[in-house]
Each structure stands twice: as structure tokens, then as C-alpha cells.
Design a binder for this molecule. Structure first.
Ligand code: CP
Ligand code: NVA
Length: 304
């Protein structure tokens, strides 16, 4: 059966653990031997593109990259016809798309013929979530992803695609997540990556100090996600009280580490002092983007 990673929510706890285990297992450089893998980017990317490109090479395959402009999903031709075309040449496609629904349409148009990876959509960023779990486990549990139960993770700022995948992944593994966001920027129920469906692992608050207090991990993301640029002025004003600064980090546990998926907007959602400070693990997080991608690509192959 063809495997996909479109959301963390679609994975059971055991499947998520399988991906995480494969990420840190010795890599099999023949797994994708001579196999082309399509990488499609409708939005810009540095980390995800680097991680995916290098991981495909490390597994013996070769990536073929397309930008949104070249492919023209629903512009030059329908997303379904793009999908059918890709399926004639590729067995695996990883895509960064503006709208998550496009991934579902691509899956429906190619069912069983094209394994899909979501490299970020407006709803989810599952490969980031896998990397985040690896980074948190390394910081707090000697790398043991089964030992995160009871860990407290505070998220501060705009609740984004990244927040959703992070919260679902952590809830699967028994951690507690507190998300602090102002009205209009908080997580809402529903959608394909819905942490609110996971019960009391998640608390939603409006005071950033409540998320930070006692946190073992403090996490933030940009206030203006890709595609929201027209709202920049309003978002900066609405989220100004949700900056992760040294005073907020002071409230966290002594062993707290600070994470950010990046790109960061220094002085907006996070200060230089925090991002460059001793608690920051953001560069290790970047390192684990590739670790995570190796696990995801191996898992698509059935874990063999
Ligand atoms: N975190 C992340 O996905 O970075 P890029 O947008 O640079 O890929
Ligand atoms: N929430 C951000 C994440 C970037 C990696 C965005 O969607 O732009």
C-alpha cells in the first residue's frame, strides 16, 4: 500500500515512532538507488529544500526540482493533470503547496501510484514536526523519543501550520503543549492537522507567560506566514505582546531550550538575545531537518 506523509495526524503513534526510529537508524544508501524523486515548491524554501535534496542523494536517488511557476498548479494545468504527469515518471513526490487541499487532490488523482510528502502547506508542516521531536528528544531525553511523556512545551505567537504539526506530534508522544496566542491567531478546531481533537494534551491560553512558565521547550514561529504578506502591518500590531524575549525565557524551567522553525524575523517574534542565546537549539533543529527527511523517505519505502 502506498504510504504518504501529508500530516502527522494521519500517522498512528506507532507509525510516527517508526519514522522517528528510521531517522536515526544507519542509512541505507541503496534505498532509492537510481530513483528520481520530484520536489515541488510553490513557496520559497531554504531548509526544507536543502534537507530533501541532500536526503534523496544520501539514499541513492536523485531529486528533480520544480518551482510553482514552472508547474503552474491550477494555472498552467489542473493539479490533477500535474499529478498524473508526475506519476508517469516518479514514484515519490514531495511538495510545498499554498493550499493543503491541493495535496488531497493530487493523492486522489494518483491513488496508489505516487507516494506523497507534504513539505509545508497552509495546514501542516509534518517534516518540520518530525525534526522538532528529534531535537526535543535530543535536548531532554538523550535522544529517546519514547521518553517525552510529561514534558511541557510552550508555544507563543501566531498558531501556524508549524504549531499544528508540532502539537499533534508531541501529543502522540505524551508531552503537554500550551499555546499562547491572541484572539484570531489561536488554534481553531478542525482541518487535516487538528491538535484540538487530541484531548487534554493541549491547553490554549492568551497570556504568553502562561505558556512560558515552567516550560521545558519554548517555541515560536513567524508572525507572517508565506501567503499572508498583505496582512503584515496588522499582524505585527496584533502579535507585538507575543515576542519571545529574555524576560519570557526567564519564566521557563532552568533546562528550557528555545526552538524556532526558521526563517526568523529577529526583533519581531523573537529577539536576537534569545535566538543567539545559550538556550537556543535552532541550528540543531535545522540539522535535524535532514535527519527527519531521511526517516520520512525511508518510511515511504515501507521501512525496508
Ligand atoms: N523551516 C522551514 O521549513 O524552512 P524553509 O521555509 O526555509 O524550508
Ligand atoms: N508558518 C511559516 C513556516 C515557515 C517554515 C509559514 O508557513 O510561512
Amino acid at each position: 500500500m502506498t504510504r504518504h506523509l501529508l500530516t502527522i495526524d494521519a500517522l498512528s503513534r506507532d507509525e510516527l515512532l517508526e519514522v522517528l526510529d528510521l531517522a536515526t537508524a544507519p542509512l541505507d544508501a541503496t534505498l532509492y538507488e537510481d530513483e528520481p524523486v520530484a520536489l515541488v515548491f510553490e513557496h520559497p524554501s531554504l531548509r526544507t529544500r536543502a534537507a530533501a535534496t541532500v536526503a534523496v542523494h544520501q539514499l541513492g536517488g536523485w531529486p528533480v526540482e520544480f518551482t510553482g511557476e514552472e508547474i503552474g498548479l491550477d494555472a498552467r494545468e489542473s493539479a490533477e493533470d500535474v499529478a498524473r504527469t508526475l506519476a508517469e515518471t516518479f514514484a515519490v513526490a514531495a511538495l510545498r503547496v499554498r493550499r493543503h487541499a491541493v495535496l488531497e487532490r493530487i493523492r486522489a488523482a494518483t491513488e496508489g501510484r505516487l507516494a506523497l510528502v507534504n513539505l509545508l502547506s497552509d495546514a501542516a508542516h509534518p517534516t518540520q514536526g518530525v525534526a522538532d521531536v528529534l531535537t526535543i528528544a535530543e535536548a531532554h531525553a538523550g535522544g529517546d523519543v519514547r521518553a517525552l511523556a510529561g514534558l511541557r512545551v510552550g508555544y507563543v505567537g501566531d498558531a501556524t501550520n508549524v504549531t499544528r504539526s508540532l502539537a499533534v506530534a508531541l501529543a502522540r508522544l505524551g508531552a503537554r503543549v500550551v499555546v499562547a496566542a491572541p484572539p484570531g491567531y489561536q488554534l481553531g478546531p478542525g482541518g487535516p492537522e487538528d491538535p484540538l481533537a487530541l484531548g487534554d494534551a493541549l491547553s490554549l491560553v492568551s497570556d504568553p507567560r502562561e505558556a512560558a512558565r515552567g516550560a521545558d521547550v519554548l517555541y515560536t514561529d513567524t508572525w507572517v506566514s508565506m501567503g499572508e504578506e498583505a496582512e503584515t502591518r496588522r499582524r505585527r500590531a496584533d502579535l507585538a505582546a507575543y515576542r519571545v524575549d529574555e524576560a519570557l525565557v526567564e519564566l521557563a524551567s532552568e533546562r528550557c531550550v528555545v526552538l524556532h522553525c526558521l526563517p526568523a524575523h529577529r526583533g519581531e517574534e523573537v529577539t536576537d538575545a534569545v535566538l543567539d542565546g545559550e538556550r537556543s537549539r535552532v541550528w540543531r533543529q535545522v540539522f535535524h531537518r535532514r535527519t527527519a527527511m531521511l526517516g520520512v523517505l525511508a518510511w515511504l519505502k515501507g521501512g525496508v
